[in-house]
Write a protein that binds this ligand. Structure first.
Ligand code: FAD
Length: 419
């Protein structure tokens, strides 16, 4: 089949790879000059299947209230005259119900595990190097209540096949010696040895090169403008190039993988997708020979910050801001992240080398992505991966290729209507 993939973030490129591998003739349309130039560019780097419990969980409403007005709050709501934002907020609250949290966690876990297996297979097959670390993730807690709350989710994670090991503060330092200075503040931690980390941008760009070798055509600098519907099917997608030239591209099937921008274009075709941009920030520092930066990927649960060592760089990411499509970097937010980095790791790296970044996570209220067939049988969606797009990319790409092939992926996941 001839397939048009819209968007070349980690999800679009992973989709293109598995579709091409399944024998399809694939073209990818991307408005930017390179793959992974939006949310997939400088994310936290964690392949964190163990972080399957979504932000929307029973503790969230009270926690969010406590954070209101705090400059260093991990989650910020900036109210706008935007019906979509308020509706998303209401849906988020509904996903905080215990039964919803349980279901969402179960589904994210199932997709996460299949995705990690797919990533490993791809790594073995292609030998792609992307500053990966297979040292697990150590989630550390600076307050006992946070730790107790996390421990209460362990049974659910273990039932989903995740190895989780509670650790004392001393054991945390044994796993990651760079935490030595922070030890007096630590209440304890949870170590998940099967998690990984790596540079999502590097991975996506290298996978795109492999896709191109297989014959996948990339149209960079081309913007998808409109979905053309005819007789209950997508007939074409209208695209424009940088010079303003416009054309209609026709295919047998279309995969929407435009991240946070997916719902805007789907809306034109009257396909409702509850995806809203949730802005986050990252800082990346150079790690010099004399520095003592973590090697094991760490999550600072009090501030919801993730630390990933990417070769001779340290990436730290976090913050969730509901502020529409404004992707400007708030230097104050990045400075707050940096302060926390040096609070926990006083010798983390070269502060003067800091690169700041902001990106928009394409988030559904329950953090469960939308994967499958829309109300048009030849329009598929692979979007809404929220906080876990890097973690879930390979599994989502593999699943969409299965669905295009008319098969139900063997994953306990609520895939959208099948062809
Ligand atoms: C601060 C931060 C930290 C994160 N940390 C982690 C982490 O540690 N682990 C993890 O698993 N996930 C993490 N994530 C989430 C992850 O980065 C995202 O879920 C993932 O990158 C989404 O990928 P995507 O391909 O759907 O979207 P994107 O990467 O945004 O790709 C969408 C693409 O579509 C293109 N596009 C949009 N509109 C059009 C159009 N009209 N025409 C053509 N092209 C178009 C865009 O240019 C873009 O390239 C983090 C995100 C942020 C912001």
């Amino acid at each position: 089949m001839k397939i048009l993939v819209l968007g070349a973030g980690v999800i679009g490129v992973a989709s293109a790879w598995y579709l091409s591998r399944a024998g399809h003739d694939v073209t990818v349309v991307e408005r930017r000059a390179e793959p992974a130039s939006e949310a997939s560019f400088a994310n936290g780097g964690q392949i964190s299947v163990s972080h399957a419990v979504p932000w929307a969980n029973p503790s969230a409403p009270l926690q969010i209230l406590k954070w209101l007005g705090r400059a260093d709050a991990p989650l910020k709501f900036r109210p706008r005259l935007d019906w979509g934002q308020w509706l998303w907020g209401v849906r988020f609250l509904r996903e905080c119900l215990p039964a919803r949290t349980r279901d969402n966690t179960r589904h994210i876990l199932a997709l996460g595990r299949s995705s990690l297996a797919a990533l490993k297979a791809l790594r073995d097959e292609l030998g792609i190097a992307y500053d990966q670390q297979m040292r697990g993730i150590l989630s550390v807690y600076t307050d006992h209540r946070g730790l107790d709350d996390a421990l209460s989710h362990l049974a659910l994670l273990r039932a989903g096949g995740i190895r989780c090991e509670p650790k004392t503060s001393t054991e945390c330092v044994t796993i990651e010696p760079a935490l030595a200075d922070a030890q007096p503040r630590l209440a304890g931690g949870i170590y998940t040895p099967d998690d990984e980390s790596g540079d999502a941008c590097l991975f996506t760009r290298k996978l795109a090169t492999q896709c191109a070798r297989r014959g996948v055509r990339f149209l960079f600098g081309h913007t998808a403008e409109r979905i053309v519907i005819d007789s209950g099917r997508v007939k074409a997608v209208r695209i424009t190039d940088a010079a303003g030239g416009s054309q209609e591209l026709a295919a047998d099937a279309y995969v929407m993988a435009m991240g946070s921008w997916s719902p805007l274009m789907l809306r034109q075709a009257r396909v409702a997708a509850p995806v809203y941009p949730v802005k986050g920030y990252s800082v990346t520092l150079a790690v010099r020979a004399q520095d003592d930066a973590p090697r094991v990927s760490v999550t600072d649960e009090a501030r919801k910050l993730v630390f990933s060592r990417l070769g001779d760089r340290l990436r730290v990411a976090g913050t969730a801001e509901l502020a529409g499509y404004d992707d400007r970097i708030d230097a104050g937010c990045c400075a707050a992240i940096l302060d926390r980095v040096f609070e926990l790791f006083p010798h983390a790296g070269d502060r003067a080398s800091t690169q700041m970044w902001a990106g928009l996570r394409p988030a559904t209220p329950g953090n469960v992505p939308l994967i499958g067939v829309s109300r048009f049988p030849n329009l598929l969606v692979n979007t809404g991966h929220g906080t876990l797009g890097w973690t879930l990319a390979c599994g989502s790409g593999q699943a969409i290729a299965e669905i295009v092939g008319g098969r139900r992926p063997d994953v306990d996941f609520p895939f959208l209507r099948m062809i």
